[in-house]
Design a protein around this ligand. Sequence first.
Ligand SMILES: [Zn+2]
Length: 218
Amino acid sequence: MDCVNCQGKCWRSGRQKNGLQRYYCPTCRKYQQARYQYKAYSGSTDSQIKSLVRESVCIRGIARVLGIARGTVLDRIRGLAATIMRPASQPDQVSLEVDELWTYVSRKDNEYWVAYAINRGNSAVVDFVVGKRTKSTLKQLIDRLLCLKPKTIRTDKLTLYERLIPKRMHRAGSICINRIERKNLSIRTHLKRLSRQTICFSRSLLMLESCLLVYFWG
Ligand SMILES: [Zn+2]
């Protein structure tokens, strides 16, 4: 059998508890099986989960399509999200657009904001914060954005922004944020948990953040 990691030759090396032949790769020093009873162990599962999250498939849907347990899907998404790094730096004098997406977690009255920023030049997501619909949530995001020393920050007319962003770099108004408003529509189309007002929604804040991390930078 060929190794799944290095494609080198593997040796037969005893049997698993369930009687299946076990193999050992001398190069990678790893044990493996030619076939697995639990499908989640095959190498492509993580990348499939990533693609399905982006294609508006819910957790149960992913579990059904891949034939693995729902708990495994949740674990994998959490694990994937933990390895994803937010983009550390941006080109100088970048022009940013900031907007908030309304959503809720577990109950309709438990409202949350996904506040995020995109680079106006290439529409790439620069940073995001998930939090209660308060000034402190926006402040967290704006403070991190100000560290990037942007040329301008464009927002909607929400008055909270006026108190957070220095006047010289602030532009407010619906025309200023046409790109991020288009992006909002894409996000709501591509992430099932943000698509609808009922039926599909986040039950935990951690999963909402994890799915956003996977969607933006995974
Ligand atoms: Zn190997």
